[in-house]
Design a binder for this molecule. Sequence first.
Ligand code: PMV
Length: 379
Amino acid sequence: MLEKRLFYFPQLSIMQSIYHNPLLRMAPGYAFSGDIHWQSPSNIAIVKYWGKHGQQLPRNPSISFTLQAAYTETEFSYVPRETTGEEISLDFFFEGQAQAAFAQKIVKFLSALAAEEILPFLTQFHLTIHSANSFPHSAGIASSASSMSALALCLCSMEQELFGTLTDPVEFYRKASFLARLGSGSACRSLYPVMGSWGKIEKQAGSSDLWGSPCADWVHPVFHTFHDDILIVSKGEKSVSSRAGHQLMEGNPYANARYQQATNNLDQLVDILKSGDVHAFGQIAELEALTLHALMMSSQPPYLLMKPNSLAMIEKIRQYRLDTQQPLYFTLDAGPNLHLLYPAEIAGHVAPFIQAELLPLCEEGKYIADRVGTGPVKF
Ligand code: PMV
């Protein structure tokens, strides 16, 4: 069956053909319209995805905390088109304003889903999308994970409303994760409460490079209430985008060793996450954060995204740990901002340290007090 499909649709890879479905099309005379509203969170990777191939496939498996306070809300409406065209018909508003650059990116994404007959019905409707983030646009926080996962959920709700094909929640979130991945790789992990993984992991049944998988069931309760304070070192635009960063991994002399290391780190982390050992967790989190930035420094051309205050904070965190033996650790995204990771039970102890020592190093004293979250919400 698969071979036959590939024969008839040679442009499709085996990966995409999983969700290739030319039958998802409205019959002539359809009159359905609808309004859908989802909120979906951002995530912070503990084992990092850095390097990809093919159509948004990861070079190594990754795992992240799903966040709570940093999210995107997306209102999505669809009405039948007077005349169905080949093109996507979309009005896109970001925080109330028409946004041409974002709109273009989304049209490209939706056009590919329609053209490859993953969601062929999309060209039969006029779409209006209103999107807004809970965090400031210029806080140096990537919004692609929350925005692409929110959009993917809206698309799956639309499919379910029109065709009733995604009634099973496991399948609903898996397809949403698959679609989110095509929009922005790490977005596919945002679909699940507490933690999401992405990529084939030996110790996790059902895990795949094609979509993210839920982890909450096997992760120790101490991690379900973990804190993640985002310390804003710089709000500025990054000098090298994540997209370019992934690409530079192709010429990085340490790439293969890195992919192996990430696989090993994740293998160890699965047992640590089950056991609830917060110190062992923190050691891997920091190793992963610094490795990510070491990969940037060893790319050709090399580049640096950390700022002097990122390093100053790292030193203070490590000193605090030495002085108090408290499990306060950090991770970094592809940028200068620090994510402070600690269990809820030490929040009272850590708060005065953050106030006195770390906030003065933040741009305008800004930070976002976030924590592990409960996943997307449909309104
Ligand atoms: O999903 P992208 O293409 O924005 O890449 C994300 C890369 C990191 O945030 C640095 C790591 C990760 O796994 O989220």
